[in-house]
Design a protein around this ligand. Structure first.
Ligand code: ADP
Ligand code: MG
Length: 313
């Protein structure tokens, strides 16, 4: 049995353009579980996930309830999305395992991730989150002290810091749990906290889920780190006529291509960086692919596969 960490992208929960609801998320997660069923059946599986659309909706609920219900700081919103999505995955996996007569519990761990107070991201918040605003609303919200920037996709949005994940607080407990259960952890990149004289305190930020997943994959020492997203693989010259798929690449090539700027910032970039961070510490294998292509990718026939080095076939 191999230890495997699977990071589920936004697509596994809510596809772009789909009507956002809890029911849609259940349906999508159930489909994804069918696709990764071989991993749930045959390996020690740990799951992480994104939370972009869920945080967006939660922030709207917070804003709309202003003055009527107490407000929630961003890190609490992240914690709530870990509960929401953890519940959806947990129940869907439970039902799947039951159907396949596999006696294995599934648990979600509210996960805190330590970031540095000195992280430069706090001085220059760049991560777009939450609803879109028009110019007038943007001015108003700026007056209230919110960081608002023009989103290149149109309109104005809140920006928050996206500091680097340094340490997963619950890592050793998660490692123990993986011996007896499928564990869902570090959802949405984890609840961002800073350490002050030994105490933890939540901060207004969001952590990239791929980078946090790499920290967890390293802590667990998994042999296989799978990043599931909405493209079958990573490409060079993405979106250009010269676009070509990356099939099997080495850690060194990944480092080179990232330097050359082939990967979108905040999208494919952090996935390749996550692969690099993990492979620098663990001599394992990284697969970047979509849920649809996972079985081919596991046979090395699709997806982008990254390792320290490949022996000639
Ligand atoms: P997730 O929710 O899975 O993290 P993201 O939207 O953050 O999804 O990342 C996946 C997206 O990255 C793809 O839909 C694609 O548009 C974008 N992308 C940017 N650069 C590349 C690249 N070089 N190769 C493939 N996809 C890329
Ligand atoms: Mg992403």
């Amino acid at each position: 049995m191999k230890a495997v960490l699977v990071a589920l992208g936004g697509n596994a929960l809510l596809k772009k353009g789909q009507k956002e609801s809890i029911l849609t998320q259940f349906k999508n997660v159930e489909k994804t579980i069918e696709k990764i069923s071989v991993l749930a059946k045959e390996h020690v599986l740990t799951i992480t996930h994104g939370n972009g659309p869920q945080v967006g909706s939660s922030l709207i609920r917070v804003e709309e309830a202003f003055g009527k219900a107490y407000s929630l700081p961003l890190e609490v919103v992240v914690a709530e999305t870990e509960a929401e999505i953890g519940y959806i995955i947990q129940q869907s996996l439970y039902n799947f395992l039951k159907r396949h007569k596999i006696d294995l519990p599934v648990i979600s761990v509210l996960t805190q991730v330590i970031v540095s107070k000195e992280d430069p991201a706090f001085k220059n918040p760049t991560k777009f989150i939450g609803p879109y605003y028009n110019a007038k609303q943007a001015v108003e919200l700026k007056k209230q002290g919110m960081h608002i920037k023009a989103d290149p996709r149109g309109g104005f949005r809140r920006v928050v810091a996206s500091p680097l994940p340094l340490k997963i607080v619950e890592a050793s407990a998660i490692k123990k749990f993986t011996k007896e259960a499928i564990v869902i952890a570090a959802g949405g990149g984890g609840i961002p906290v800073v350490e002050e004289r030994g105490n933890l305190r939540g901060v207004e930020a969001v952590i990239d889920k791929d980078l946090a997943s790499a920290v967890l994959a390293t802590d667990l020492g998994v042999e296989l780190f799978i990043i599931l997203t909405d493209v079958p693989c990573a490409y060079l010259d993405f979106g250009k006529p010269t676009q070509r798929p990356l099939r099997r690449i080495t850690l060194k090539q990944a480092e080179q291509y990232i330097k050359e700027g082939h990967f979108g910032e905040g999208s494919m970039g952090p996935k390749i960086q996550a692969a690099i961070n993990y492979l620098q510490k663990v001599n394992g294998l990284v697969i970047i692919t979509s849920p649809e292509k996972i079985s081919q990718a596991l046979q090395q026939r699709d997806g982008t596969i990254i390792s320290r080095g490949f022996t000639a076939r």
